[in-house]
Ligand binder design. Structure first.
Ligand code: E4P
Length: 217
């Protein structure tokens, strides 16, 4: 089964999605924190954990390995549900290698744009490889092909790293990610809402209710 994560730091969206009973986790990043209007990463992350009780990613902002390791140590101490989100760079790889050796070394490797980057983070011990599908599409390439190739590579070598389809923009992306065998899909609340809705469902329901109202009771 593919897990559904929400790609937001907004608590009202997370609370609402969690109430639907199909939310498995949450991913945040510094931009999403800015959109949520908070700089308190710890407090916000812990509120999300309380609502979701599943993996919640919080991103480091230092760019040197030592700094990332220090931040990850702090982030990972907040809760067993929290994952440290670390970008795929040389310094990021060094940090992932060290953090993944810790008993609580849960890593969501982020900003992945190619299968070779995904392979490297899996080798460095990341738990999740976040592939930025929409941004790859924006560059005129095929984001979902990166998900498909990464799936195949991880399966070829039995790599213990989950394929996370990120930067999702459409419900078609969601279908394609499911068909490509992504382990996790993280999506904006608006895309999750669009997954539920169909004008045909609304019309069908309205006509059923109208007919039922005509029946003598
Ligand atoms: C991944 O975890 C990122 O938060 C996210 O999917 C980025 O997507 P964007 O391209 O919509 O910013």
């Amino acid at each position: 089964m593919a897990r559904i994560f929400l790609d937001t730091a907004k608590l009202d969206e997370i609370r609402e999605a969690a109430s639907w009973g199909i939310l498995d986790g949450v991913t945040t990043n510094p931009t999403l924190m800015m959109r949520a209007g908070t700089a308190d990463l710890k407090a916000n992350t812990l509120k999300i954990v309380e609502m979701v009780q599943g993996p919640v990613s919080a991103e480091v902002v230092r760019t040197d390995a030592a700094g990332m390791i220090e931040e990850a140590r702090e982030i990972l101490s907040w809760s067993e549900h929290v994952y440290a989100k670390i970008p795929i760079t040389v310094e990021g790889l060094k940090a992932m290698r060290e953090i993944s050796a810790w008993p609580n070394g849960r890593i969501n490797a982020t900003l992945i744009f190619s299968p070779v980057q995904a392979y490297l983070v899996a080798r460095a011990g990341a738990s999740f490889a976040s592939i930025f599908v929409g941004r790859i599409d924006d560059a005129g390439l095929d984001g979902m092909e990166v998900v498909r190739q990464t799936r195949e590579i991880f399966d070829n070598y039995g790599l213990d790293c989950q394929v996370l389809a990120a930067s999702i923009r459409t419900t078609t992306h969601v279908v394609e990610a499911l068909l490509a065998g992504a382990d996790i899909i993280t999506l904006p609340f608006e895309v999750l809402q669009r997954m539920v809705r169909s004008p045909f469902t609304d019309a069908g329901l309205a006509s059923f209710l109208a007919d039922w109202a005509k029946v003598a009771k």
